[in-house]
Design a protein around this ligand. Sequence first.
Ligand SMILES: *Cc1c(COP(=O)(O)O)cnc(C)c1O
Length: 387
Amino acid sequence: MIYMDHSATSPVDPEVFEAMKPYFVDSFGNASTLYSLGREGKQAMEAARIEVASLINAEPKEIIFTSGGTESDNLAIKGTAYKLKNKGNHIITTNIEHPAVDETCKYLEKNGFKVTYLPVGEDGIIKVDDLKAAITNETILITVMHANNEIGTIQPIEEIGKIASEKKIYFHTDAVQTVGKIPVDVKKMNVDMLSLSSHKLYGPKGVGALYIKKGVRIEPLLHGGGHERGLRPGTENVAGIVGLGKACSIAKVSQETDAQKLTNLRNKLVDGILNSIEDSYLNGDRTKRLPNNANFRFTGIEGESLILRLDTKGIAASTGSACSSTKLEASHVLTAIGLKEVEAHGSLRISLGHENTEEDIEYAIKAIKEVVEQLRQMSPLWCGIKK
Ligand SMILES: *Cc1c(COP(=O)(O)O)cnc(C)c1O
């Protein structure tokens, strides 16, 4: 099996798994207790907090551990909305966010908040002037993702952050797809809050973090014991947190060489596909995208059939995103960049990881070409176009 769906999730790095093991059976103590067994967990957790902070140039105190990207997004957005509801009721986001942001904004709309969804161009990137024009006296939060999970395009976060900080509006970014893949520096990016998730960077599932800049005040969503400065009560997932810390410390050392390698593999894949398959296109900007992401569309093909046939050839990839793969609507991201529904349905996302090789790429190009040709032979849509 050749795994090419790292934007959906990544395998746990064996080093990460080793680091986690002691915290299940031996050092299992509750990290909030005073005896040594609990203190061991507490110390490991605080060491992990330093590792996470260090990867994104934050202070350890600014890191709140959560159950993953979805929770971090919810905490940042609802936590701000609830805290600042007397100051204003307007939130600005984009129309290509991950459901963890998109659905949270829609929920708030049903509860008295107003949300502006900024459009993106064909390149998948918002226009900073649109953002400036959308700001009102009621705006309490701007939330714009760092890189998109479907097409990998990267937003001008630094610039957005400057505008937000001039206007004294909280700025949150969902950086789940970028942390561990490209440099993320919360100070340079001028962000007040940043979400990250362990399982997208070779850590375990079910753990993540929210960076909250010193001085930024939000409401917790859960109430209970005082864990994580009262912002995220509940007995800590020590093993998971240790795994996230280890994944971050590995990424700090390897992300630059990984990114270089993945960019080369990705470019080879893109050239190989576009040159060898007629009527094939790359969705999103060619360069302003994650090193490991390629998102193609093939005229006359239906994405789901493509995925299933690639699976029989031992390749795991996806259409739009893992989260929308069970829904039949076209991806909101692909329609946002101007694709027609039928074009969006003919898309394939390949997201590479550090275990992929040149041979994998060569095999994938061949396999995709074969499958696309087979499917087109049976496609009334394609025959209609080519007649
Ligand atoms: C995967 C993902 C999430 C959700 O993270 P979980 O840890 O799976 O909850 C949120 N945002 C983006 C951009 C993602 O890719």
